[in-house]
Design a protein around this ligand. Structure first.
Ligand code: NZQ
Ligand code: ZN
Length: 390
């Protein structure tokens, strides 16, 4: 196991009917800035309940944070945060709203051009303070509710923004607030959680036994509850398990001390930026092809994954790996998500543009060992293109 630091200060408030506790969670005597997305929180009355739970507070609102939140939208919220001198930010929504709110929190305390904050990759941004934030999660997927990262879209790219100051002070995870999600978003959330887990698990063995067993537990839970929570959105226990898996897949726990390979996310971000494909869908498209192309490098962990996650024990090693990749693809498809790039309207001639975008964004040495070149990314995209339009 590698050396690591593990720090996670977010207070999780999990369960039904916990919005009423907001009055105790949000600091008193400060102006509260509530940020949300395109309107689902109004339509389904979550915002109304939140405002009722904060009686007598000075509240400012900002709606309209879009999926894959844009820098140009968020700087408008930064202006309001500064002008109104707000003291606490409350994000109400999915990953896009939480990420957007993290950006507002950091950018509001940054003296330079806010665009600079997009240029630091996975290193912390040079911000010494931030406006504290809390979240009310309405979509289980990203883990943003318990981590210190955000992904911001700008000028044809998606840029990570990290800071230890961006951890939410608290996050309310009430699974019932997610019942109104369309099934496509639930499927996206299951796949996002699945991929966050395998990107910290299917690398090479390093005796991270607790991390491996925990990752396998998350994956097996997703396989058990995935279809159930899509078919029966109001089955509390199925949804509660999805919500808690999503948070734990990306709160630093399973990735501590083990190698990580974020190739799927990095190439996936280009597909979202260029073609508007949902984040979860890009991951379903790419993961089976990445494993097909990288079988040799990931051999031992793919065999472990085949056995411990899918109970595959029959056949020689190559066949067990192939079966595991096919089971994974079939799982994503069973949730209603196509795993072929071609079926999202992207044609073969666009591969050159995707490779150019990866190059422009410096994503030329991906993987757990940094050996994944643009030529290998091209092979992955060719494999992911698929042959049918289903
Ligand atoms: O905008 P509204 O009207 O609220 O509708 C949203 C949006 O259209 C809707 N929705 C959310 N909760 C709902 C609901 N509809 C009905 N009922 C509810 N309870 O769902 C749509 C998608 O929301 P979005 O927040 O975009 O989805 P998600 O949570 O999947 O977030 C995706 C973003 O997170 C980033 C992605 O890159 C993408 O920008 N990620 C952030 C990460 C992080 N901070 O750690 C890691 C991830 O890998 C990911 O990259
Ligand atoms: Zn993700």
């Amino acid at each position: 196991m590698q050396n690591f630091d593990y720090y996670n200060p977010t207070h999780i408030v999990f369960g039904k009917d916990r919005l009423t506790e907001l009055d105790d969670l949000v600091p008193k005597e400060t102006k509260v800035f509530i940020l949300y997305g395109g309107g689902s929180v109004k339509k389904f009355k979550t915002l109304e309940k939140i405002i009722q739970a904060l009686p007598g507070r000075q509240i400012v609102e900002f709606g309209g944070i879009e999926p894959n939140p844009r820098f140009t939208t968020l700087v408008k919220a930064v202006e309001i945060a500064k002008a109104e001198k707000v003291g606490f930010l409350l994000a109400v929504g999915g990953g896009s709203v939480m990420d957007g709110t993290k950006f507002v929190s950091l950018a509001s305390c940054y003296d330079g051009d806010a665009k600079d904050l997009l240029a630091h990759g996975f290193s912390p941004v040079p911000v010494k303070k931030a406006i504290p934030i809390g979240t009310v999660v309405t979509l289980p997927a990203t883990g943003s509710e318990m981590n210190s990262g955000a992904v911001i879209s700008h000028d044809g790219g998606k840029f990570p923004v990290f800071s230890p100051l961006a951890f939410p002070k608290f996050s309310i995870l009430d699974p019932t607030l997610t019942y109104t999600l369309p099934s496509v978003q639930v499927a996206n959330g299951i796949i996002d959680t699945f991929i966050h887990t395998v990107e910290q698990y299917v690398t090479y063995p390093l005796e991270g036994r607790f991390q491996d067993r925990t990752a396998e537990g998350i994956l097996r839970t997703l396989i058990e509850v995935g279809q159930k929570t899509i078919d029966n959105p109001t089955d509390y226990d199925a949804r509660a398990n999805l919500v808690w898996c999503a948070t734990n897949a990306l709160n630093g726990l399973i990735g501590a001390g083990v190698p990580q390979d974020w190739t799927t996310h990095m190439i996936g971000h280009e597909l979202t930026a260029m073609f508007g494909i949902d984040h979860g869908q890009t991951l379903a498209i790419l993961q089976p092809s990445i494993w097909t192309v990288r079988k040799r490098q990931k051999r031992e962990k793919l065999l472990q994954y085949a056995q411990r996650v899918w109970d595959i024990t029959a056949g020689d090693e190559d066949s067990r790996i192939d079966q595991a990749i096919e089971k994974t693809r079939a799982f994503f498809q069973s949730l209603g998500v196509s795993t072929q790039l071609g079926s999202y309207g992207v044609t073969h001639d666009k591969i050159d543009d995707i490779i150019k975008a990866l190059e422009r964004h410096g994503l030329t040495a991906l993987s757990e060992t940094g050996d994944l070149t643009l030529d290998i990314s091209r092979k992955i995209l060719e494999d992911a293109m698929g042959t049918t339009t289903s």
